[in-house]
Design a protein around this ligand. Structure first.
Ligand SMILES: [Zn+2]
Length: 111
């Protein structure tokens, strides 16, 4: 058997035995390779977390809570709506209806 020299390895992700082809030596498939790198990344993060003191862990948890993006009410409102509201408020200030206020403005502009 001339092909017996081809290496076999056990996938470090799923534990399946696979034939070593090219550069792929640790995992049986691309999916397992991706899973492996994801796990390694995760493990590194966990190790870093484990090294922290309980106080530091508490601090980290607090920071994570604070890092949540705040919901800003009305942030997605189109600009013209704000303009409308502003004009209406302005009109009220002058004791006019919005329509009158706008007419007044227009009149002034062309008058
Ligand atoms: Zn695998």
């Amino acid at each position: 058997m001339a092909e017996a020299n081809k290496g076999w390895a056990v996938c470090s992700v799923c534990g399946k035995e696979f034939e070593i082809v090219g550069n792929r030596k640790k995992c049986c498939s691309k999916a397992c390779g991706e899973e492996r790198s994801r796990r390694q990344c995760c493990e590194r993060g966990k190790a870093r977390y484990r090294a922290l003191s309980p106080e530091q862990k508490k601090e980290l948890a607090m920071k994570r809570k604070q890092a949540k993006p705040k919901k800003v009410k009305g942030a997605m409102k189109p600009k013209f709506q704000n303009e409308l509201a502003r004009a209406a408020a302005e009109a009220r200030k002058h004791g006019m209806s919005y329509g009158k206020y706008v007419a007044n403005c227009e009149g002034r502009r062309y008058g």
